[in-house]
Write a protein that binds this ligand. Structure first.
Ligand code: SAM
Length: 389
C-alpha cells in the first residue's frame, strides 16, 4: 500500500549519524521535486512542512538514514498534551485489541508520559475498549517494537516532540525495513570482513547524496563485496558498473548480486562487474561514459602506523581521481570516502580539485563533508561530493 499524503507536516527520525541522514533527506526531496519548508531540526528529528504531494512509503524505502517517518497533526500547548493524545488514541481505537505507545523526542524524562499513557489506557478501557499500553526502557519505541506490535497498521506509535513551550504531536506512519538491511549485511553469501564492509544503509545514503536519477550510469571502482551495487539495484538503477583489483572481490560481488537476484527476483542483466586496477580504469570503461562514481576506496590495513599508510593512500586516491576525470561525463559526480585515521583528516582536497573537480558542499562545515562513524572505530569515514569540471 502506498500512502499518498497531501500537504502537511512530517517528522523524519534520524539514525546514528544525523547530519548525514539530514543531507540524504534533502538530496532525495530535491530529486523527487518535493517543495518543503524546514520547521524544526535537531540531532534526532528533521521536521518539515511539505507543500506538495509525497509518497511517504516510497521515501522511507529510499532513505538509508531515516528510522521512522511520522505525520505531525499539530502543535499542542504543554498543559493540553494529555487531552490531545487521548483524542488521537480514541479516534484510532477500534473493536480489536488496541495497542499504543509513546516515542518522545528531545524529551529526557518519560515518567510524566508513563502516567499520561496509563491514564489514557484507563479512560479507553472505561469506554469499553481492549487496550495495551506499550512501554520501553528508551524514551522512544524502536522500529523493531513498532513493527512487532503492529503499531503502524492497527495501533499507534504516538510521537511527541518537544519544542520549547509546545509539543509537536503526531504518529508514525512508516518504519525502516531493519530486517531487510540486516539480511543484506549479514545474510548474503560472500562477506569479506578483512577488507572492511560498507554497511548497506551507508551505501544507500551515499547513492542518495549523489543526487543521481535512476536512468543514469553509475560505477563503483572499488566494489569489494558489492554493497553499493546491491543497494543501487534495489533502488531501481538499471545501469550499474563495478570493478575491483581483486579476483576475490569480483567473485564476491557476483555471488552477492546473484543471491539478490534470486531472493528478490531482480533483473541484473544491466550490471557489469570487471576485474580492474583503478589506476587504469580506462582499460575497462570508455572515456566520458559514466554519470556518477559512488565508492568507498581501500581505506588501508586495520593495524599500521598512520604515516606510511596516509601517503600510500593519498597516492592511490589521486591516481583514482585522474582516471575518474577521464571516464566521467561532463559534470559527472563523485561520492568518495576519505578515511580519518586516528582523528587525522586527509589533506588531498586541493590536489583533487587541481585534477579538475569542484567540491560540492554537503554540510555547513568548512570541508563540506559528512562524517560516518561509530564510537569504537579508529578509522572514521569522511564523505565528499565532487563534480567534474
Ligand atoms: C573498503 S573495500 C570496499 C568495500 C566495498 N564498498 C564493500 O562494501 O564491500 C576496498 C576494496 O578496494 C579494492 N582495491 C584496493 N586497491 C585497489 C586498486 N588499486 N584498484 C581497484 N580496487 C582496489 C580492494 O580489493 C577492496 O575490495
Amino acid at each position: 500500500m502506498s500512502i499518498n499524503q497531501n500537504k502537511g507536516k512530517y517528522a523524519f527520525f534520524l539514525g546514528n549519524n544525523p547530519n548525514l541522514s539530514k543531507a540524504e533527506i534533502k538530496s532525495v526531496l530535491e530529486l523527487f521535486s518535493v517543495e518543503y519548508e524546514e520547521i524544526y531540526s535537531t540531532s534526532s528529528v528533521f521536521l518539515i512542512d511539505v507543500l506538495n504531494e509525497i509518497k511517504v512509503n516510497t521515501l522511507q524505502d529510499r532513505l538509508g538514514g531515516t528510522i521512522k517517518i511520522a505525520k505531525i497533526i499539530h502543535s499542542v500547548s504543554k498543559p493540553s498534551i494529555e487531552s490531545e493524545i487521548f483524542k488521537l488514541a480514541e479516534e484510532k481505537c477500534g473493536d480489536e485489541k488496541f495497542r499504543f505507545g509513546f516515542s518522545l523526542y528531545d524529551i529526557s524524562r518519560n515518567n510524566d508520559f508513563k502516567k499520561i499513557g496509563l491514564n489514557i489506557k484507563r479512560q479507553l478501557k472505561d469506554n469499553g475498549a481492549k487496550v495495551r499500553f506499550i512501554t520501553s526502557k528508551d524514551t522512544k519505541l524502536s522500529s523493531v517494537i513498532v513493527k512487532k506490535e503492529k503499531l503502524i497498521d492497527s495501533g499507534l506509535d504516538v510521537v511527541i516532540i518537544n519544542d520549547n513551550d509546545n509539543y509537536y504531536l503526531g504518529y508514525s506512519i512508516t518504519v525502516q525495513d531493519f530486517s531487510g538491511y540486516s539480511d543484506r549485511d549479514y545474510g548474503r553469501p560472500s562477506r569479506d570482513d578483512k577488507s572492511g564492509m560498507l554497511p548497506p544503509k551507508l551505501a544507500k545514503m551515499m547513492i542518495n547524496l549523489s543526487g543521481t536519477s535512476l536512468d543514469k550510469i553509475i560505477l563503483d571502482p572499488f566494489c569489494g563485496s558489492g554493497t553499493i551495487i546491491q543497494e543501487a539495484l534495489l533502488l531501481g538503477f538499471n545501469n550499474i558498473k563495478g570493478s575491483d583489483i581483486s579476483d576475490r572481490a569480483v567473485r564476491d560481488t557476483e555471488n552477492n548480486i546473484s543471491w539478490l537476484e534470486t531472493k528478490l527476483d531482480l533483473d541484473i542483466s544491466n550490471v557489469e562487474i570487471k576485474k580492474q586496477d583503478v589506476k587504469s580504469l580506462t582499460k575497462s570503461f570508455n572515456d566520458n561514459s559514466i554519470d556518477s562514481i559512488i565508492t568507498e576506496p581501500y581505506l588501508g590495513p586495520p593495524h599500521r602506523t598512520t604515516k606510511n599508510v596516509t601517503s600510500e593512500l593519498s597516492n592511490l586516491y589521486l591516481d583514482s581521481f585522474k582516471e575518474f576525470h577521464k571516464v566521467l561525463k561532463e559534470n559527472g559526480i563523485v561520492i568518495f570516502i576519505l578515511p580519518i585515521i586516528d582523528n587525522k583528516e586527509s589533506n588531498i582536497l586541493e590536489d583533487i580539485e587541481n585534477l579538475g573537480f569542484k567540491r560540492i558542499s554537503s554540510s555547513d562545515t568548512e570541508r563540506g563533508s559528512l562524517i560516518y562513524s561509530r564510537e569504537t572505530q579508529r578509522v572514521k569515514r569522511e564523505i565528499f561530493k565532487f563534480e567534474k569540471i
